[in-house]
Design a protein around this ligand. Sequence first.
Ligand SMILES: O=C(CO)[C@H](O)[C@H](O)COP(=O)(O)O
Length: 225
Amino acid sequence: MQSTVIAPSILSANFARLGEEVDNVLAAGADWVHFDVMDNHYVPNLTIGPLVCEALRKHGVTAPIDVHLMVEPVDRIVPDFAKAGASMISFHPEASAHVHRTVQLIKSHGCQAGLVLNPATPIDVLDWVLEDLDMVLLMSVNPGFGGQSFIPSALEKLRRVRQMIDRTGKPIRLEIDGGVKADNIAEIAAAGADTFVAGSAIFNAPDYADVIGKMKAAVKGVRTG
Ligand SMILES: O=C(CO)[C@H](O)[C@H](O)COP(=O)(O)O
């Protein structure tokens, strides 16, 4: 079983003080930094690119930076993010003409590779590539914006993907993203997630350590990792 990871999505951080915000969530117990990249094409919003990732590394961030690409096409931006200090790079199958090739491209640049499934994307897209992945990211909201509500059907999808991952016997992470809160994270963990992205629930809270502590305690109640 993979260890539990809480990955605050900086989409909900105060961008005017981004370095300080990231320092604060890491000091409050966060494990990774979740870095949402939106291109106003694959998703209807525009955010940040490799320069900001590099700036966080130059600021002194040593924690894993978990880059979620909501961009199309994918391949030409992968080397830039690897150079900028990304630890893992995840992408959507709908945005890549050759999913297996993109996975190999990410790995060839020294990063871990993840595939992201939107709420309505069938899980059989994993069938011929799962064993090559380091992580599967299930979206529990439609991508593009923070602060949306968790879509309940993601729980059954988590259970099914958990079974698929367990059958491989490989240390593939199962990440969930969208509407994750301290009061629903136990149910999400019980369905099989080990890696939890939370944006608004953490950055809108008055005390980051308090909410991250509550999330970790809730997860610990249902899993041993
Ligand atoms: O990828 C995302 C949106 O596309 C965000 O990471 C996600 O929505 C997290 O925000 P919140 O926890 O507020 O739902």
